[in-house]
Ligand binder design. Structure first.
Ligand SMILES: [Zn+2]
Length: 232
């Protein structure tokens, strides 16, 4: 255990928790779940299934040593990002030490979660947060775009998962039975296309004034009716 952090709660059923020094593979993601949920294909491959939110995080010291890692899904009204924030907060990290947190998410954060992540990271100068998303959630809806812009403005790095992040996610969070990561068809092509889209969203020319963005974040997600006219 490193000075300045401690376990404050026991894992609950469904939690995916890893404890340093303790062999625990029972909560790793199954290979088919990883491939289905982290797949970056523009359309869900057959047979049809629902793409859910998974957030896998690694908390590291600056020397690269992993202090903690885990995986969250949305649960009832609590999104994976909220559960992640609660978990990191519960660790009571030493404010005098610097930490790096890497998150792999199947979907980029919704506006409400983006706002929560901004609130979480603001004022915590000792934390650097990097978010790598496999896919962009409602990327054509302005309030979702603004959420990503606000994360960037709060010094949170937002990027799209490339082969290297899929590989790392496979190594760290999947019950891979020692098998190497195998790419799916057109992984790189899809990643580059999603990345270009993200760059357009994050480019200064796409920004409206900050006050509007903050107001929209506080308003939360758009109603289903406002999304209905959009298509993927
Ligand atoms: Zn959310």
């Amino acid at each position: 255990m490193t000075k300045g952090w401690a376990w404050t709660s026991l894992p609950r059923p469904g939690d995916c928790i890893w404890t340093p020094g303790i062999r625990n593979t029972m909560n790793l993601l199954k290979t088919n779940i990883f491939r289905q949920q982290f797949g970056n294909q523009p359309r869900v491959p057959q047979p049809c299934y629902r793409r859910k939110t998974y957030l896998c995080y690694q908390l590291k010291q600056l020397d690269g040593f992993t202090l903690d890692k885990g995986c969250f899904q949305n649960k009832k009204q609590r999104h994976a990002e909220t559960r992640f924030i609660d978990k990191i907060t519960s660790l009571n990290l030493d404010p005098n030490q610097r930490y790096r947190i890497i998150c792999y998410v199947t979907w980029s954060p919704c506006p409400a979660c983006a706002g929560e992540l901004v609130d979480f990271i603001n004022g915590q100068d000792n934390l650097s947060l990097q978010i790598f998303a496999s896919r962009l959630y409602f990327h054509w809806v302005r309030v979702f775009q603004r959420g990503l812009q606000q994360l960037q403005a709060a010094q949170v790095s937002v990027a799209v998962m490339t082969r290297s992040e899929f590989e790392d996610c496979w190594e760290e969070f999947v019950d891979n039975q020692g098998m190497p990561f195998e790419s799916w068809d057109k992984l790189e092509q899809y990643s580059e296309s999603i990345s270009r889209r993200l760059q357009r969203i994050l480019s200064p020319s796409n920004w409206n004034n900050l006050e509007d963005s903050f107001r929209d974040l506080r308003l939360g997600s758009p109603s289903p009716s406002s999304l209905r006219s959009d298509s993927r």
